[in-house]
Design a protein around this ligand. Structure first.
Ligand code: FE2
Length: 404
């Protein structure tokens, strides 16, 4: 996070005595990235954040992957995945992964266990539904279009809103695209001033971010927390509940950003995907293609040109609007297309001509470009539309406006 935030009670000076009403000391915890040398948060716990009473192996869901071989453009239909009773952590179905990032899909209808990811930050895109994300920093109310950024080692749990808690317009279940990084996720560096403020060229700013506003205090004893770490999974049991933070401050905390708050750019002719970049992570970027005006050169072609991104695999997750753009290619709501390095991709036949004269699009899509090849998890094969690779040769058409 690029800016300072303080929530709840904190002492006047850091690392000094801070006492509870009963006279005992609160337990201070520094949660810092890059050791003690970079951004951090200082949290004040009622109990000891170190007091574990048990540790057991937590068997992580299978993470086997297979390479994209023979090399093909792929189409995954996430809404075809089984959606039985699941929580937002244990129910993750691995679609794509490499050593930098893992991308999963989950339809969640039950509260998750308490959980933290010690390997890296998570950025969870909410495709539909509503949930409360309870964290040691406080709670976040999230809904469709939200990117939920959870810093490394943030203890949290997902609590989906029940059908009775959702407005009719929010009747869809909680559908999440989960991006687990091997490092830290944040705004692109070029959007920030040397002091870390969003600059005037950034497509969003501090006012568009939402973060916990008050402490979340929960009492409990012998509380289990699942930890994903570099060696696997471990279930810790804590003597006291980890949601016992009366106050915190710093630059590291969970937050949300909604794609509706991304201010899109338009040019006289087609702008490349970096104009839509929203976040950066280790060896990957996340972009938001939001409803926007098209190009306005008198001879402009709104559809993208064919392109060979020689250094990256390109994933597009189609989540809103009308996808007549890839008519004939089978793309639908919840679809993911993967256009890998080594394959030149572009609009479906007929799309270029069909796009001419259009002045706007209502499509919404999330793009993830990785700079190392993505491999496929079991869930990818379970929902793959194997006809997609041949659609460019099949005479299919339609204006293509979301494909970067
Ligand atoms: Fe592209």
């Amino acid at each position: 996070m690029p800016h300072y935030r303080a929530v709840g009670q904190i002492p006047r000076k850091r690392h000094t005595q801070f006492r509870k009403p009963d006279g005992g000391l609160y337990a201070e915890e520094l949660m810092g990235v890059e050791g003690f040398s970079s951004d951090s948060a200082l949290l004040y716990h009622t109990g000891l954040p170190t007091a574990i009473v048990e540790a057991q192996v937590w068997e992580l869901p299978a993470g086997r992957t297979r390479p994209n071989h023979p090399l093909l453009p792929r189409h995954l239909r996430t809404h075809k995945l089984g959606a039985g009773p699941a929580d937002a952590v244990g129910g993750r179905q691995l679609l794509l992964a490499n050593n930098d990032v893992r991308i999963s899909y989950v339809v969640a209808d039950t509260p998750s266990p308490l959980y933290r990811n010690a390997v890296g930050d998570e950025c969870v895109y909410v495709e539909s539904g509503r949930a409360t994300v309870q964290t040691a920093f406080g709670a976040l109310e999230v809904g469709a279009g939200d990117y939920v950024v959870l810093p490394t080692s943030t203890t949290h749990r997902w609590v989906p809103a029940g059908p009775g808690d959702r407005a009719p317009a929010e009747a869809e279940p909680l559908r999440l695209l989960v991006v687990e990084a091997s490092g830290h996720i944040g705004p692109p560096r070029r959007y920030l001033t040397p002091k870390g403020q969003f600059n005037e060229f950034a497509p969003y700013c501090e006012r568009d971010l939402r973060a916990p506003a008050e402490p979340l205090l929960v009492e409990g004893a012998n509380v289990e927390v699942l930890v994903r770490h570099r060696g696997g999974g471990t279930a810790f049991t804590y003597a006291t509940h980890p949601f016992d933070v009366v106050g915190w401050d710093g630059y590291v905390f969970p937050y949300t950003f909604n794609a509706d708050d991304f201010e899109p750019r338009a040019g006289r002719y087609h702008l490349p995907p970096p104009a839509h970049q929203t976040f950066q992570g280790p060896n990957f970027v996340i972009c938001s293609f939001v409803p926007r005006k098209f190009d306005y050169h008198p001879l402009s072609i709104p559809a993208p040109y064919n392109h060979a991104n020689v250094d990256s695999d390109e994933l597009l997750f189609y989540v809103g609007g009308d996808f007549m753009s890839r008519k004939g290619a089978g793309i639908e709501l919840g679809s993911i297309s993967l256009h890998p390095s080594g394959f030149t991709h572009g609009p479906q036949p007929g799309s270029v001509e069909a796009s001419i004269g259009k002045d706007a699009t209502d499509e919404l899509a999330v793009m993830i470009d990785t700079f190392r090849p993505l491999e496929f998890g079991e869930a990818a094969f379970a929902c793959e539309d194997t006809s997609y690779a041949w659609t460019w040769a099949g005479g299919h058409g339609g204006p293509d406006s979301t494909s970067g």
